[in-house]
Ligand binder design. Structure first.
Ligand SMILES: NC(=O)c1ccc[n+]([C@@H]2O[C@H](COP(=O)([O-])OP(=O)(O)OC[C@H]3O[C@@H](n4cnc5c(N)ncnc54)[C@H](OP(=O)(O)O)[C@@H]3O)[C@@H](O)[C@H]2O)c1
Length: 328
């Protein structure tokens, strides 16, 4: 049986994508086949589709690091036909065909049963960005940064992970300060739950190794000088959850925040996170995420729109989350 897929190919070092009729028999091995309802465009998807970073390890490959849908066939003990499932990361879009398609066949160990409160569309409005935001909140809680500890900063606030981090933190009772390059989006960020919005330029230039204490905690999508400045401004025994590289992969920081202020820098990886942590994150998303706020941060596009959206993501023009309806 054939289905529609976005296929990435490479010829003479040039990456291209095309919407193709893909034969289900050509999917890679796996013990669960999923009829996909929705996927989504994250920053990493934009890198993969544009070919700007070597996310895809071998071509041709269907990109898309996330999908949500219904199990169509399974020989895995944990999943039965009809189960609603979500997949984030693992080998998707790197070594294994991903979510920009109407079908996927994967190792069932990569799947999570979708909590009842979420539709498959909600699951992709969350996607890797939202699940990573939840992993970051869990890391702050693990470091004992609680709502009464003080202000929590979210950088890259207008992006997908940043938007959902704000919604989650504010629902949990934290006072959230949002850092953005798009001050015109201040109303949007306040509606998500930000108590205060600051200009990202106050954080993005080279700074001092240690500065006035401002943040009980922070969730950082940005890296580089921004992360260095956030660390320098983090309060005694505070914590920073870092997962992003939107400004850069470098970290021009000093050890002073760690050795003088006992600051914790918690690294967050969503791709290979162990299954118990994923289950915890999805369960907490089910209880802590306001679905109206999620909807306000989400737009929906078709499979054919993905390359255009990927360009917009790389130019920092996309607000919040973009869901891909693969059957539109
Ligand atoms: N470690 C992991 O497992 C993991 C998981 C998910 C995402 N990530 C990474 O986390 C980052 C965010 O992902 P996302 O999907 O939320 O991406 P996104 O929707 O594109 O958001 C990124 C945001 O970062 C800000 N930004 C962009 N360029 C910047 C620059 N030069 N300097 C400072 N800020 C800048 C922008 O926010 P404003 O316009 O509001 O300033 C932008 O909206 C990406 O780097 C992604 O690769 C990592």
């Amino acid at each position: 049986m054939n289905f529609q897929a976005l296929l990435a190919s490479k010829t003479d070092d040039k990456t291209s994508t095309a919407l193709v009729d893909f034969d289900e028999a050509d999917l890679m091995p796996g013990d669960v086949t999923v009829a996909i309802d929705y996927s989504t465009v994250n920053y990493k998807d934009a890198l993969a589709v544009s070919g700007r970073a070597p996310v895809i390890r071998h071509y041709p490959l269907i990109p898309g690091i996330d999908f949500a849908g219904t199990v169509q066939a399974s020989s895995h003990a944990g999943f039965a036909v009809g189960d609603r499932v979500v997949a984030n990361g693992w080998g998707l879009s790197q070594t294994h065909h991903g979510g920009f398609a109407q079908r996927a066949r994967v190792n069932g160990d990569w799947l999570v049963q979708l909590p009842d409160v979420f539709s498959t569309r909600d699951a992709m409005a969350i996607g890797t960005a939202g699940y990573t935001a939840m992993l970051s909140v869990l890391a702050l809680e693990h470091a004992q940064v609680m709502p009464d500890s003080g202000d929590v900063l979210v950088t890259g606030a207008g992006g997908g992970a940043g938007s959902i981090a704000i919604a989650l933190l504010s629902r949990l009772g934290y006072r959230v300060v949002a850092s953005t390059g798009r001050l015109a989006e201040t109303d949007y960020l306040r509606q998500l739950g930000a108590a205060e919005v600051i200009d990202r330029r106050t954080l993005s230039e080279p700074g001092v190794p240690i500065a006035r204490e401002r943040w009980a905690g922070a969730i950082d999508s940005v890296g580089s000088h921004t992360l260095a400045n956030v660390l320098a401004q983090t309060r005694y025994r505070g914590a920073v959850a870092a997962f992003g590289l939107a400004q850069g992969t470098d970290l021009p920081a000093s050890v002073l925040p760690f050795i003088l202020r006992n600051v914790t820098l918690a690294g967050i990886d969503s791709v290979n996170a162990p299954q118990p942590l994923r289950l915890q994150a999805w369960a907490r998303l089910a209880s802590a995420l306001d679905l109206d706020k999620l909807a306000s941060a989400t737009s929906v596009v078709a499979l054919a729109d993905v390359p255009r959206i990927a360009d917009q993501v790389l130019q920092g023009q996309v607000r919040g989350r973009v869901v891909v309806d693969v059957n539109a």
